[in-house]
Structures are given as structure tokens and as C-alpha cells.
Design a protein around this ligand. Structure first.
Ligand code: CU
Length: 286
């Protein structure tokens, strides 16, 4: 099928870097060639009709129309091919993405929080536990609203714009948004899902090639939409551990998430009454 991938390349598709991506590519390739064939077929038919039924040859209209069954057969074949594509390939592939999440222990879970116009990433740090989040703690320096009073959050890693993940390990991203609907789109991983305010939406993929990839927003979310980019770095396991260590040390040296310290006007006891805020998140998996 690789020779057919020409059309994907021609249309600007970057090389696939995820374990399931080749399936998406095959469907895309097939659909493009199929659409190309339909375009040529219909164009040829259009030209044929223009010539065959030109006025010079048919001065008066024939109200009986076509009597041959060829067009019915052709139409039926097109519907059949489209049904096979949809029911046989597209829906099963989609169902696998949304129903068959990897086990929580095997996968790396990352919280992804979209905002106009950047991506924030939240990792649990060395203790493996995510700190509590709440909208009342949101500020410019605490972009995901990490609770400064939650010990589980002390070592959490929060990065803006850049996420590192290890190669060959499933990654589950739990998506949410602080303002409008965004779309966490990883073109090289062949995956995307919306980040919707008030919802936690899990998405997963397994990167199979190390490298630096683009993160973009796939929903028109405001004036700065086109600049809403980030970076996904797929590391070797050793590089990933080194990055984790570096980030964890950084988080540790800052003690609490930088943000939250000077919030004197909102005593913590009051914020405890707010546990059901959308930004306070349990993991998608148990
Ligand atoms: Cu956006």
C-alpha cells in the first residue's frame, strides 16, 4: 500500500508516528483514490452526456430518459464500497479508539488543559498521584488551578506548551478546557479529540518513533487559534526519565505550584466546598 501513500504525502500528511496511525493512513489513501476515480468517472460521464445529447443530434427532448441499467449498477457499487469503508473499517477503528483503552498501569496518564491560546500539561510527579485541581486556584502562574494545600500536588509537573512522553508506551491524555472548545490534535500521531469546558475527555495513542512533533488546536477557538501550538517530544525511556527528573527537581525546588501561594483573600476552608468543579479531576480510568 506504500506506493499509494503518494496521495497522502502530496496532500501534506506528515509521516505516521503512532501504532494505530497506519490504519488511518490506509483509509485516507483508499478514500482519496476512490474519490479520484469517482471524480474522473463523473467528469467523463458529464463530457459524454454533453456530446451524446448535444442539440445538433437531438433537436427535440426525449422524455423517456435512460433505459439501460448500467447507472443503477454503478450507483449501487459506489454505495456498497462506501458502506464497506464505513462499517468495515472506519467505525471499528473508531470504536477501538474510544472503547479499548489500555490498562491504567500500563499507560502514562497526562492531564491536558486547553486555554485561549495555549496547552497546559499536568503530570503526577514521582509520587504517581495527581494533585487536586480547582478553578478557584486558577491564576496566571497556576494555569491549571493546582491546589497548593494538597500534598499529592507538591511534586506535580506542570508544563506549558511542551509535553514529553516515552516511546512505545500508551499515553492517555485526559482533555479539558478552561474557556471555549479546543481540539487537541496530534497530526503525526493521527489522533485528535475535543477539549470541552466542563468535560473530561480521554484520548489515547502509542507513539512508536522518537522525535519532536507538533501539537495544534483543531477547533477555531478565537483570534489566536492559529498560534495555539505546542510540542510533543517522544523520548527514549532513558531520556524521558532524565526529563522527568529534571522537571520534578524544578517542581520540588519551587515547593508549591508557584501560583497558588499568595491567595490570602480566599481561605482554603472555603474552597473545600467546591469539590465538584469541572477542573477538579479524577482520572478517566480506574
Ligand atoms: Cu484552541
Amino acid at each position: 500500500m506504500s506506493s499509494l501513500a503518494l496521495i497522502n504525502e502530496f496532500l501534506g500528511q506528515p509521516p505516521n508516528a503512532s501504532s494505530h496511525g497506519y490504519q488511518i493512513d490506509h483509509i485516507l489513501e483508499f478514500c482519496h483514490w476512490f474519490m479520484g476515480a469517482l471524480f474522473l468517472g463523473w467528469s467523463a460521464f458529464f463530457v459524454f452526456v454533453l456530446i451524446r445529447f448535444r442539440r445538433g443530434r437531438h433537436p427535440a427532448a426525449d422524455h423517456q430518459g435512460v433505459k439501460s441499467g448500467i447507472s443503477t449498477h454503478l450507483e449501487f457499487s459506489v454505495v456498497l464500497i462506501e458502506a464497506v469503508l464505513l462499517l468495515g473499517f472506519a467505525i471499528p477503528l473508531w470504536a477501538k479508539r474510544v472503547n479499548e483503552f489500555p490498562p491504567g498501569k500500563e499507560a502514562l496518564l497526562v492531564h491536558v488543559v486547553g486555554q485561549q491560546f495555549s496547552w497546559n500539561f499536568h503530570l503526577p510527579g514521582p509520587d504517581g498521584q495527581f494533585g487536586r485541581r480547582d478553578v478557584s486556584f486558577l491564576s496566571n502562574s497556576n494555569p491549571i488551578g493546582l491546589d497548593p494545600n494538597d500534598p499529592a500536588g507538591k511534586d506535580d509537573i506542570v508544563t506549558a506548551g511542551e509535553l514529553h512522553v516515552p516511546v512505545d508506551r500508551p499515553v492517555i491524555t485526559e482533555l479539558s478546557s478552561k474557556d471555549v472548545i479546543h481540539d487537541f490534535f496530534l497530526p503525526d500521531m493521527r489522533i485528535a479529540a475535543d477539549a470541552i469546558p466542563g468535560s473530561l475527555i480521554p484520548m489515547w495513542f502509542t507513539p512508536i518513533k522518537t522525535g519532536t512533533y507538533e501539537v495544534i488546536c483543531g477547533q477555531l477557538c478565537g483570534l489566536g487559534h492559529s498560534g495555539m501550538k505546542g510540542t510533543l517530544v517522544v523520548d527514549t525511556p532513558a531520556d524521558y526519565q532524565a526529563w522527568l527528573k529534571e522537571r520534578a527537581e524544578l517542581a520540588g525546588s519551587q515547593g508549591v505550584p508557584p501560583a497558588a501561594a499568595p491567595k490570602t483573600e480566599n481561605p482554603p476552608a472555603k474552597q473545600e466546598n467546591n469539590p465538584a468543579q469541572p477542573a477538579a479531576s479524577p482520572g478517566p480510568q480506574q
